[in-house]
Every structure is written in structure tokens, then in C-alpha cells.
Design a protein around this ligand. Structure first.
Ligand SMILES: C[S@@+](CC[C@H](N)C(=O)[O-])C[C@H]1O[C@@H](n2cnc3c(N)ncnc32)[C@H](O)[C@@H]1O
Length: 383
């Protein structure tokens, strides 16, 4: 990251870390959008200090605002979807000795009374719609929403989504390939909350629920569909894990086809966990599947699962990075009992087979189609 932004907050930003998220030379804990948002926020800060942050990655926005607000009353409230982002923010706060923030779920407790909302634009329109709807619904009528992003990841659809929730939406001048959209005057909302979306999937015979930020929405991902064709070949485990569960489709389908199994569906995303919880309830599987928000199963004991299902993430935030998958293979190696099975689906061009062999154990290709490979790895145990 270069230091040439105009923000006075750069010294603080440069001390931030992504840990416990994946760290690498080409992955940064803040970007030019954070810096632009902070400079723009300085123009709009309300006198009463009532500021909320949405989508902070590792604390850049929250900690800079908390520090600049240090003499006013009231904590900066923040919602982050990923448990890794929440932990990184707390770690960075401890290192920098900054307090004065509160981490909350998306909803009234986050937004009631808010007069300035500072948001990193999410990747999908659905996630933006859910967040913008919450701001329009719960914040003060004079709230100003500053939504910033990298121009290459922004679309006119984002302006349209904001315009469905706010009377006045204005793009600001761009700086360093980033831009802020300013939205004001919430529209009166009379319709019910659109999220989670609940849909029958006729192909699978289950109901799927999706909050805005969850992978693939209510749709069945094509990689997941391919992995599901191998259900009959999978071991019958007393305890199976759907790792990176998203909406919980894999957990629900495994539980249905293996009536004696207990299943854990786990993801680091709050939206995924809320979606999977809804999917589990909608299919009458509450007694069979527990849903857990966790980073790479870190709260599950070693050697505690007989089978793990995995459609690993391809992206880390906006970057394509193999580290996201590797971290989950390492986690699977820890949590599988010796002889337990890891079933993974991935884009065939990714170099995952040697990594699975090295980290988990004997790995064989079970199937390939034009795009995807499905592999089974047998855990060799860890000694
Ligand atoms: C490709 S999606 C698959 C979702 C779902 N299993 C499906 O097949 O539709 C990958 C999922 O992994 C989750 N994920 C990424 N990194 C994770 C981590 N460190 N710990 C837990 N979940 C993670 C993402 O939030 C995302 O929901």
C-alpha cells in the first residue's frame, strides 16, 4: 500500500493487520477507499458523535473514527459480516490502544439514532440492498450514508439500489480510483423486510434461505450441484461438517441422505450463519444440524468429524487468492478423525490436488466435468 493518500489517518492505517485473516504481501488491511471515506466523513461528522460503520474490513474506519471522536460521547457502532474481520478489529484496537467502539449485528441496535453511516460498498447488490434498507429503516431521518468503493468494483446498479431506499443519491468526485456515494433522506418503507429470501428449490426438494451477503443467494451453485451428485459415495459419518456452509445446502442434503448423522454447518460470515439457520429450520432439520459462526472450525476439537464437505472460497475480499482454500484444508486436516473423508469441489485449474494430498492425506479424483473437479481426501491423522 502506498502512503500517498491525502488522509491524515494514514499513520494509524499503516499499523493495521488483517490477522487472523490470511496475510500476504499482496493483501492489505486497508485501501484508498477507507482513506477517502474517512476524509469525506470528516465533513459530515454530527455534533452528537452518533456514527455507525458498516462493512469495515479490519478496523480502518471504526478505529480512525473512534480515535477522532475520542473527546465526544458515545461509541462508534460497527457491523462486520465476517468473524475474522471482527477479531482483526479487536486485535488492532488492543495493539493501538483504541477503545470507544461497539460491534453489533445489522439491525436496530446498530442503527437507532445514527446520523452518519460510513460503509465500504459490498460486492453484491443484494448485500447492499439489505444494508441500505436497514439504514433507511432504522437510522435518524436526517442520516447521511457515505458508501464508498473501488471504482472497478462499482456499478450503476449500486446507485439504483441506494435510490430505492433514499430520495437523494449523489456520487462524489473520484480519488485514487475510489468513489463515495452520498445518500440522504430515507424513503418511508412500508413493505416488509425482503431478507432473508426464502425459496423452494424444486431440483433438490428443499427450502433455501438467503440473506443479502451470502454466497450464491438462494440459487444452487454449479460446483455445489456437482459435489452433491457424489452424496451416495460418501461415508456415513456420525458427525459430518459442512465447512463454509453458506446457505447450508450441503448440510441439509447430507443430513437428509444420512439420517443417523449429526451435522455441523459452519461459516465465518454472519449472513451465512443466519441464512443456514433459516434453511435448517425451514426443512425441519433443527435437531440434526447445528449452525456455528467460526473461523475455519477453530472451536471444533481435533479429530471430531468423520466427514467434511467443502466448496472452498475462491476470493479473499476482492482478491483471487489460493490462501483461502488452503486455510480450510489445514483446518480439515485438524478436525477430521484418522480415516475420515474430506470431499472438496473446485475449479479444475486450481492447484489443489497436491495441497490436499500434502495437508490432509491420500487424495483421489472422484469426478471431473468441464469446469470442476471433485476430490476425496482420506485423513492420515496428525501425529
Ligand atoms: C464457495 S462458498 C460455498 C458456500 C456453500 N457451501 C455452498 O456450497 O453453496 C464458500 C464459503 O466459505 C466461507 N468461508 C470462507 N473462508 C472461511 C473461513 N475461514 N472459515 C469459515 N468459512 C469460510 C465463505 O463465507 C462462503 O460462505
Amino acid at each position: 500500500m502506498n502512503d500517498t493518500t491525502e488522509s491524515g489517518a494514514v499513520p494509524l492505517l499503516n499499523r493495521l493487520r488483517r490477522f487472523p485473516d490470511v496475510e500476504a504481501a499482496n493483501l492489505q488491511a486497508w485501501d484508498a477507499t477507507d482513506s477517502l471515506l474517512l476524509d469525506t466523513a470528516a465533513e459530515f461528522l454530527p455534533g452528537d458523535g452518533n456514527v455507525t460503520v458498516i462493512g469495515d474490513r479490519y478496523g480502518a474506519l471504526t478505529l480512525s473514527l473512534a480515535e477522532s471522536q475520542a473527546t465526544t460521547t458515545g461509541a462508534v457502532r460497527v457491523h462486520q459480516d465476517l468473524v475474522t474481520g471482527e477479531k482483526a478489529l479487536r486485535n488492532n484496537a488492543d495493539t493501538l490502544g483504541i477503545g470507544g467502539f461497539e460491534q453489533l449485528p445489522l439491525g436496530p441496535s446498530l442503527l437507532a439514532g445514527a446520523r452518519l453511516v460510513v460503509m465500504q460498498l459490498p460486492r453484491t447488490l443484494a448485500e447492499l440492498e439489505e444494508a441500505a434498507d436497514a439504514v433507511a429503516r432504522y437510522a435518524e431521518p436526517d442520516v447521511v450514508l457515505l458508501a464508498g468503493g473501488r471504482i472497478k468494483h462499482m456499478s450503476l446498479g449500486m446507485n439504483d439500489v441506494l435510490a430505492r431506499c433514499f430520495e437523494d443519491v449523489k456520487p462524489q468526485l473520484a480519488r485514487q480510483k475510489s468513489r463515495v456515494l452520498v445518500a440522504r433522506t430515507p424513503k418511508l418503507r412500508t413493505r416488509p423486510l425482503p431478507y432473508p429470501i426464502v425459496e423452494e428449490n424444486a431440483e433438490l426438494g428443499i427450502t433455501v434461505c438467503a440473506h443479502g451477503a451470502v454466497f450464491s443467494g438462494t440459487k444452487l451453485d454449479i460446483g455445489t450441484r456437482f459435489l452433491l451428485t457424489f452424496l451416495p459415495k460418501m461415508a456415513s459419518a456420525a458427525h459430518a461438517v459442512d465447512l463454509g456452509c453458506g446457505t447450508g445446502i450441503l448440510a441439509a442434503m447430507y443430513a437428509r441422505s444420512h439420517p443417523d448423522a449429526q451435522v455441523t454447518a459452519t461459516d465465518r460470515s454472519a449472513a451465512a450463519v443466519a441464512s443456514a439457520t433459516c434453511t435448517v429450520q425451514a426443512n425441519g432439520l433443527s435437531g440434526r444440524i447445528r449452525v456455528l459462526q467460526d473461523d475455519a472450525m477453530e472451536s471444533l476439537p481435533e479429530a471430531s468429524a468423520g466427514l467434511i464437505l467443502l466448496n472452498p472460497p475462491f476470493h479473499l475480499g476482492a482478491s483471487v487468492h489460493a490462501g483461502a482454500g488452503i486455510k480450510l484444508f489445514e483446518a480439515a486436516a485438524r478436525v477430521l478423525e484418522p480415516g475420515g473423508e474430506l470431499w472438496t469441489v473446485f475449479n479444475s485449474h486450481l492447484p489443489y490436488l497436491p495441497a490436499l494430498e500434502r495437508l490432509v492425506g491420500r487424495t483421489t479424483v472422484q469426478g471431473r466435468n468441464t469446469k470442476f473437479t471433485v476430490a476425496r481426501s482420506i485423513s492420515r491423522g496428525r501425529n
